[in-house]
Ligand binder design. Structure first.
Ligand code: WT7
Length: 651
């Protein structure tokens, strides 16, 4: 932990949207008078019809409901586009930076974006997509990803964006779960000079799905690289053909505040990924508001969130919130280390980016290459930096602050989740003194608390499980198709409150320090992975009898994946099988799930009732083997010695 404190720079304090007195007053009001507070904040959105009630929420079992702005009618795509046309139709909405800096980028004005969205919305309608239908998007980081999302929102279809790094299997599971009969994709993706066979992956995914499981009748394919890809007659349509002849006007569907906006699959501690469902009105108010305050966003500023649209950060802070706020949002197709380690900073100079928001893992990977890649660029345009997705270690924070931001840019370390829609615990740049590694203080309307294992709330400086005591507008509303699972997952560990799955410490100043997941979820390079998913991929291999997966500390990724595998009787546990299993998991889930270490284990540490004692596995993975705790309840304490002896690498 670091004790350093960085006060709000004088420049910022003087000109900020919210200063420290302002923060305190606004926060207090948001809790004391939530109805008044949110009624006012909701005015940042164009409502077609005003809402009747601000909120109607309860986390109690008998009375469970989460409803915001009921009676209100709106269209979020119209809030992102139409409302800007009169005043800033010619302003740039999206700056697109392609993978290869030598290729031409694109600047798309609000007016052009409006027209493109309308045309694609009309194309979707022409292919039979109607309000409430689910549409799967499997696209690279190109403007068409935003166009497709907004087109869905415009006609009231529910998009489910699947990260383009996921495997055909993972894609198939998500298409099936939400029963989408249409998939939008590209011929290939392009990242770091390498192509990703997106259309081939879609073909493979659809081949796995029988007609009884789901009937996908339409695949719209964008030509990104121009590769020669097979098209299935009657099913596959070229994006260009789909939009040709479509009009540039499309009346936005009038949506209820609680109508679904999108589904986004995310990993949990058990079972298959769940479809996190967000609705329209609350999500719009919440993301537009948090983007405005957290980034102190003013019209005209160039803003860059370096997240992929396949994750919630891309949904909320690349597409929806910046566009609702009339921002110029940068979409970057590439990776931080291509063509070299200066890429981020070159793009910042190229477009005079003022606000930059990225994941700690990317910063750590650049930090270890040395300062020269940063210092040979100007970065004078930068005024604010942000991080998201995982805890940032104070060393990386200091580097970001000193080398990238040259001590003049505050860093907003924003804690939130797919489930929360937008930033929950975060500094405001003009209001909050910063402590490297702390996400600092709650956003307006958010009531975090720490509880012990029995759910007893802890006061003052303390460490415990992080819960949120009351609803906020951007909260997820359900797990798609499984409302019981929603309640079970988030509201039963500690009845009456929302359980985040994170551990957290609060210091003497009331600052929150997220310590990481305390459930069976690991965070690899800011991407969430359920250990159960990796285990299920491993045991689906014919030569694997059993597997247990835990996280391990990793210098760049934050956490790595450590897999304990018991091969089937008679199978040789050697390098060949190890390599084969790593390949297998990449194929089953995708490269983000690549195990860092596979340790073969003749047996796993189980209690007499057969439950795997993960605590022991985590300790061994962390190479903290001196204090394994009580192992007397193990059915066979001898397995621990085998595990210790079988640990690869330095003992
Ligand atoms: C989990 C949520 C937030 C959108 C991207 C990730 C971890 C997220 C921080 C942060 C420490 C963080 C938590 C959380 N996390 N931001 N600033 N400091 N930890 O969304 O995939 O739903 O993952 O990411 O563990 O629960 P996600």
């Amino acid at each position: 932990m670091s004790d350093a404190i960085f006060p709000v720079p004088a420049q910022w304090a003087a000109n900020a949207l919210v200063d420290s007195t302002g923060y305190e007053a606004k926060y207090r009001r948001s809790i004391a008078d939530p109805d008044g507070f949110w009624r006012e904040e909701a005015q940042r959105i164009d409502w077609i019809e005003d809402f009747d009630t601000v909120r109607d929420t309860s986390f109690d079992r008998d009375d469970f409901r989460i409803r915001w702005f009921e009676g209100g009618k709106l269209n979020i795509a119209a809030n992102c586009l139409d409302r800007h046309l009169a005043a800033r139709g010619d302003d740039v909405a999206i700056i697109w930076e392609p993978d290869d800096p030598a290729d031409a980028g694109r600047k798309i004005t609000y007016r052009q974006l409006h027209d493109d969205v309308c045309k694609f919305a009309n194309a979707l309608k022409a292919h039979g997509v109607a309000k409430g239908d689910r549409v799967t998007l499997y696209l690279p980081m190109v403007p068409e990803a935003a166009i497709a999302m907004l087109a869905c929102a415009r006609i009231g279809a529910v998009h489910s964006v699947v990260f383009a790094g996921f495997s055909p299997d993972a894609l198939a599971g998500r298409i099936k779960d939400c029963q989408s009969r249409i998939v939008i994709t590209a011929d290939q993706g392009l990242r770091g000079g390498k192509t990703i066979p997106l259309k081939a992956n879609v073909d493979a995914a659809l081949e796995k799905l029988s007609a009884q499981e789901v009937a996908v009748d339409t695949v719209i394919m964008l030509r990104r690289t121009g590769a020669d890809v097979p098209m299935v007659a009657g099913r596959d349509v070229d994006w260009a053909d789909a939009v040709s002849g479509q009009g540039a006007d499309c009346l936005p569907e009038i949506m209820d505040a609680e109508d679904p906006l999108f589904i986004l699959y995310t990993s949990g501690s058990t079972g298959q990924p769940k479809g996190v469902l967000h609705t329209t009105g609350g999500y719009a108010v919440w993301t537009a508001m948090t983007h405005h305050y957290v980034f102190d966003y003013r019209p005209g500023q160039v803003y860059w969130c370096a997240a992929d649209v396949g994750w919630v950060t891309g949904h909320s802070y690349v597409v929806y919130a910046p566009l609702m706020n009339g921002a110029t949002t940068v979409m970057f197709e590439g990776v931080p280390n291509f063509p070299d380690f200066s890429r981020f900073w070159q793009v910042i100079d190229k477009y005079q980016v003022e606000i930059f928001y990225a994941a700690p893992t990317a910063l750590r990977s650049l930090m270890r290459e040395g300062d020269k890649y940063v210092t040979r660029t100007s970065r004078r345009s930068l005024r604010l930096l942000g991080t998201v997705g995982e805890p940032i270690n104070p060393e990386a924070w200091q580097w970001y602050h000193r080398v990238v931001g040259e001590m003049r840019c505050p860093i907003v370390d924003t804690w939130w989740q797919t489930e929360t829609g937008g930033a929950m615990i975060t500094p405001l740049p003009g209001a909050t003194a910063l402590k490297p590694g702390s996400a600092t203080l709650p956003m307006f309307g958010v009531q975090p608390a720490l509880v012990d294992n029995d759910g007893v709330e802890l006061e003052g400086p303390a460490e415990g499980a992080l819960i949120i005591k009351d609803s906020w507008p951007g909260q997820m509303r359900t797990v798609y198709g499984d409302h019981d699972r929603f309640f079970q997952t988030y509201f039963t560990t500690f009845p009456g409150v929302y359980f985040t799955g994170d551990g957290c410490r609060r210091d003497q100043d009331g600052y929150y320090w997220i310590t990481g997941r305390i459930d069976d979820v690991i965070n690899v390079s800011g991407h969430r992975m359920g250990t159960a998913e990796v285990e299920s991929a491993l045991v689906s291999h014919p030569q694997v009898a059993e597997a247990a997966v835990v996280g391990m500390p990793h210098d760049v990724k934050g956490q790595g994946i450590y897999a304990y595998v018991t091969p089937m009787e008679g199978i040789e546990a050697g390098e060949e099988l190890r390599a084969e299993l790593v390949k297998w998991v990449r194929k089953e889930i995708g490269p983000i799930a690549t195990p860092d270490i596979v340790q073969f284990a003749p047996g796993l540490p189980k209690t007499r009732s057969g439950k795997i004692m993960r605590r022991i596995l985590r300790k061994i993975a962390e190479n903290d083997t001196t204090n394994l705790g009580d192992i007397s309840t193990l059915a066979d304490p001898g397995v621990v010695d085998d595990l210790l002896a079988g640990r690869p690498g330095p003992k």
